[in-house]
Design a protein around this ligand. Structure first.
Ligand code: NOJ
Length: 527
């Protein structure tokens, strides 16, 4: 269960949306060579790993989450050989690379689906969730009908061009024989196909996978129990063949996902985690007038329920949600990063968040992006043509650039020692120098009251068994994004000592009472 790799312990990930990172062949769309060219930048930032969104052959009606060939790089990004080279180049800089595995559905253009649409039985007849009558739907799911000679409706997993792969039903209805048990030949073949895909890319040199909609595999699965079992089986396969491969789930319920053998689960904009309370509600906590207590309560519950089986990740954002800078004022972004980079679980920085790229409003949907377009605009490298993203005419860019003449760029921020980029880089450096602040270090919440500031927690070094090391390093994290000073009573023995990091004015103490200045953040060693 879970990987044997230990590199997640001090990992910091950088998410790259390949379309929008760097275009080297002037077609207006980013490519693998562009990513290779910028690996030094990712390493300079201090990141140790990359998550690459899907880069496989696809009709791109959901930006590549609609795969039509799992084992071939989409020509617009390059070739399999380019991806192999990316792995080699990344590894030579100490960077790992995880790919995006989309196990729940394919594109309706996938050859498996084309075969499954045929009336005559073939090897792919049971690859998707088909009913046995064109007028019969699938409870709780969208369906595609009237598209084939096969008499049935097929369940869709997300958009209606993404038919659901068949992993079976948790409790198939005997009256509906098209609902297959999880261990029927069709569902088992789907599972095997996904194992083959993983092995293919791991053999080419990738380090693991972020698994899309990982919760969505088995249908009508109360408590997601059968889906958890499917993932355990996938993990067992990796344990035998590629024990170092890591698996990270897009699930949003660590209490479930980590039982499936995932090394880490994302807390996300959907699901019960209250992640949105931090950055993406009307009054986000890190914008200075919100509440963190529900997030903390749920975090504690998840930690308890998952029994230390794996990690929980709090990403800065991703390609599905509004950009952080679209909700948090620029002057407070650093405090958000102080939080993101001092919590357990490996942090994920969404490309461009480290320079404060804005959420661009009012853009048209591109390749199924809809509400997400504004978070997917091209990376802003410098002041040259198209912000250094591409030399194609501006009208041919995949998504238009942020039109704001004051938009941030990497080049300008590299030149300014006080920029967000340098501050994020320093925070990463501090995290990586202090085991207490890293992925597996313990966290205990000292002050996280309802509708109140500051937010205070203690990070402690742990041993290999996850136990807090007696006399080990302890770091008190004190965050106050609000516009007024706030105070808390330090518990016995937890008075802030030497500062490892400070933003804004330092805290002041009178006995055990600690006053935290407005708009400030600090990491303090405690004895
Ligand atoms: C989650 C992905 O992050 C999102 O971009 C995609 O549209 C859906 N899953 C469907 O695969």
């Amino acid at each position: 269960m879970a990987t044997t790799a230990t590199w997640l312990d001090d990992a910091v990930f950088y998410e790259i949306y390949p379309q929008s990172f760097r275009d080297t062949n002037a077609d207006g769309i980013g490519d693998l060579q562009g990513i290779i060219d910028k690996l030094d930048y990712v390493a300079y930032l201090g990141c140790t790993a990359i998550w690459l969104n899907p880069c496989f052959v696809s009709p791109f009606r959901d930006a590549g989450y609609d795969v039509s060939d799992y084992c071939r790089v989409a020509p617009r990004y390059g070739t399999n050989e380019d991806l192999r080279r990316l792995f080699v180049e990344a590894h030579s800089r100490g960077l790992r690379v995880i790919l995006d595995l989309v196990p729940g559905h394919t594109s309706s253009d996938h050859p498996w689906f084309i075969e499954s649409m045929k009336a005559d039985r073939n090897a792919y007849t049971d690859r998707y969730v088909w009913t046995d009558n064109i007028w019969k739907g699938v409870k709780g799911m969208g369906v595609l009908t009237g598209i084939s000679e096969r008499n049935g409706a097929v369940a869709t997993n997300f958009f209606s061009h993404q038919p659901a792969l068949n992993y079976g039903y948790a409790n198939p209805d005997p009256e509906e024989p098209w609902q297959q048990p999880v261990d029927a030949p069709g569902p088992l073949a789907t599972r095997q196909a996904m194992k083959d895909v993983m092995a293919f890319w791991l053999d080419l040199g990738c380090d693991g996978f972020r698994c899309d909609m990982a919760h969505s595999l088995v249908k009508e699965d109360e408590g997601e129990r059968e889906t958890i079992k499917v993932w355990r089986d996938m993990r067992a396969f990796l344990d035998e063949t590629h024990p170092e491969a890591i698996l990270i789930s897009e699930w949003g319920i660590p209490d479930h996902s980590l039982q499936g053998g995932f090394d880490m689960d994302f807390l996300l904009h959907f699901g019960p985690s209250h992640y949105n309370d931090l950055f993406r509600v009307e009054k986000p906590y890190f914008a200075g007038e919100g509440d963190v207590s529900a997030f903390v309560a749920r975090y504690e519950e998840s930690r308890e329920a998952s029994g230390g089986k794996g990690l929980m990740c709090i990403p800065s954002g991703n390609h599905d949600m509004d950009r952080l800078a679209g909700h948090i004022p620029a002057e407070l972004l650093e405090i958000s990063f102080a939080f993101l980079l001092s919590m357990p679980g490996a942090p994920f920085i969404y490309y461009g968040d480290e320079i404060g790229m804005d959420h661009v409003r009012g853009l048209k949907s591109v390749e199924g992006s809809y509400w997400r377009t504004g978070a997917r605009t091209p990376m802003q490298w410098d002041d040259s043509l198209n912000a250094g993203f591409s030399s194609a005419p501006a009208s041919e860019l995949y998504i238009p650039l942020d039109p704001n003449p004051a938009r941030p760029t990497v080049a300008a921020e590299l030149d300014d020692d006080d920029s967000l980029l340098h501050r994020v880089r320093r925070l990463i450096e501090i995290r990586r120098a202090h085991p207490a602040l890293q992925s597996t270090g313990d966290v205990s919440f000292v002050y996280a009251e309802k509708d109140a500031y500051p937010f205070v927690y203690l990070r402690s070094e742990v041993d290999a068994a996850g136990e807090v090391v007696e006399g080990g390093e302890r770091v008190l994290v004190v965050l106050n994004p609000s516009a007024t000073p706030a105070s808390f009573e330090a518990p016995e023995g937890l008075v802030p000592g030497e500062a490892l990091y400070e933003f804004g004015s330092p805290v002041s103490q009178s006995g055990r009472s600690v006053t935290v200045p407005a708009k400030s953040a600090g990491f303090y060693l405690v004895g």
